[in-house]
Design a protein around this ligand. Sequence first.
Ligand code: ADP
Length: 259
Amino acid sequence: KGINDDPSTWKSSVPGAKHVIAVASGKGGVGKSTVSANLAVALSKLGYSVGLVDLDIYGPSMSLMFGTKERPGANENDEFLPVTAHGVKLLSMGLLINESDPVAVRGPLATRYVQQFLRNVVWGDVDFLILDLPPGTGDIQLTIVQTAELDGVVVVTTPQEVALIDARKAIGLFERVKTPILGVIENMSYFQCPSDGKIYHIFGEGGGEREAAKLGVPLLGKIPLDIATRSGGDEGRPVALEDPGQNPVSAAFRQVAEQ
Ligand code: ADP
């Protein structure tokens, strides 16, 4: 909601994508890829056509999270043809290399891959293209903001101060290049014990809310630490595929997507 829907003013420089939304985090391991995968699936479940590009060149995880090893094709113009998994069009370095191979490329080549992933892909008119960014504020992030005009960025953090400090740095980078911050998603917000329903704030409480309030942006959602979310990621079946009426985490991702 609130995203510009007038085609004549779409500023996306990614061919074939109406809206480009980046998912960023300052720190690694906070669940940015899990959120990207589930957000993409939730948007697709809402009836949008969705592409997801994994720009974590050195640590791609989307082939695992979507349970596919299909190699993307190429057309006669040397443009990538993304693969489709769980209704989402997908491109990831993990689909171009063997699972156990390290991506041993220097910065300039990684930068070239990022540019190719943003420019030379036949997305075929997706409503939303989700960019799963690598963590941090380095070379690759700068290339991304210079290559594609983003509609906005969603920042993922845990409630823990060490994650929030890094999230602030990521937010600072996007503010500097005038990319709208669409909001904050607090992941691993709490754990609810399945046997007695008691809630534990393992990484602290309220960090995402405080940060969002400070920035004047919405807290888009709170995603609990949840076994099915972890196992869904490992087994190539994002939890957002589940019926939101039966699965509260799927419902939480659906709610984020609706915003
Ligand atoms: P990042 O992309 O920020 O490095 P990942 O999405 O790869 O983080 O998540 C790191 C690990 O934490 C993965 O093993 C993932 O399955 C797990 N994880 C992420 N979010 C949750 C969650 N809400 N509940 C349980 N496990 C999670």
